[in-house]
Design a protein around this ligand. Sequence first.
Ligand code: BDR
Ligand code: CA
Length: 312
Amino acid sequence: MTPLIIDTDPGVDDAFALALACAAPEVDLIGVTTVFGNVGLALTTRNALRVLALYGRDDVPVAAGAEQPLVHPHPHRARHVHGADGLSGQAETLPERATGVAGVDAVSLLVSLLESAPAPVTIVPIGPLTNIALLLAAHPGVRSKIARLVVMGGALGGGNVTAAAEFNIWSDPEAARRVLVEEPVPVTLVPMDLTTRCAVDGPWLDSLAAAGPRGATLVSLTATYREHYSRSLGRDGMVVHDAVAVAEAIKPGLLHTTAMPVEVDCGYGPGRGNVIADQRATRNPGEGREVDVALSADLDQVRSFLLSHLAG
Ligand code: BDR
Ligand code: CA
């Protein structure tokens, strides 16, 4: 079983991603670290603990990480998308976990999990990349313990926070640049261009709600988020960005990737947080460090994979 760590800022789609990792028999969820993002760190941490409690996963260590981006603190959150508590106002309806956070910070937990794992670990960062940048900057020795980073983030064809930037990258561009451009660790980047095409619809959500109490609880967390996405999609449904990245970590190759160098715009103009992927056929080989960018997939297969695992 592949050892898996999720670095997360729950968030409704993060809750689906955590649920998927708990439900998947193919992976061993060995730890969860939290970061500021959709809401503040105290709430993302509380939400992560409660989603794990829903799945009876008291055994998974959870540690809280960064409260702010590396360089420029900013108050931007996504409460209008995920609700003021991060889970459409329903966080308190989830069970409380008997085990609280580990007595260490996120980077320390990541180091000890990576060093003690029996095999290289897949890490799935599904929030701002601050914790992962700090980990790799302070502990370069753990690079060899990482099988792959499957990062949800970036937008090649138009962002969701600004015209250029997707939320996770925009929230800490300097951290994103460190991880995606500077660090020699294998990366699969799952941008919102593809996750948006994997959007689930009303009947998909109805099937999940009907599958059992956990599925019904997950769907009960979606009201604010589903309303937001239904407006932007123009039909009933929602985009489960982060769960698509976890699905790729569980079933490598589910998403189709192309290797290309990327850059992250850390300037202070309208392009801040943009991920610039070099797709030129004429680029010089060896120019820039390549990451595998997920650009396509069998969309129905992705939706079925998500439903069958979450409903199981
Ligand atoms: C990303 O931003 C967050 O709001 C979601 O949880 C996801 O990680 C999508 O842009
Ligand atoms: Ca997220």
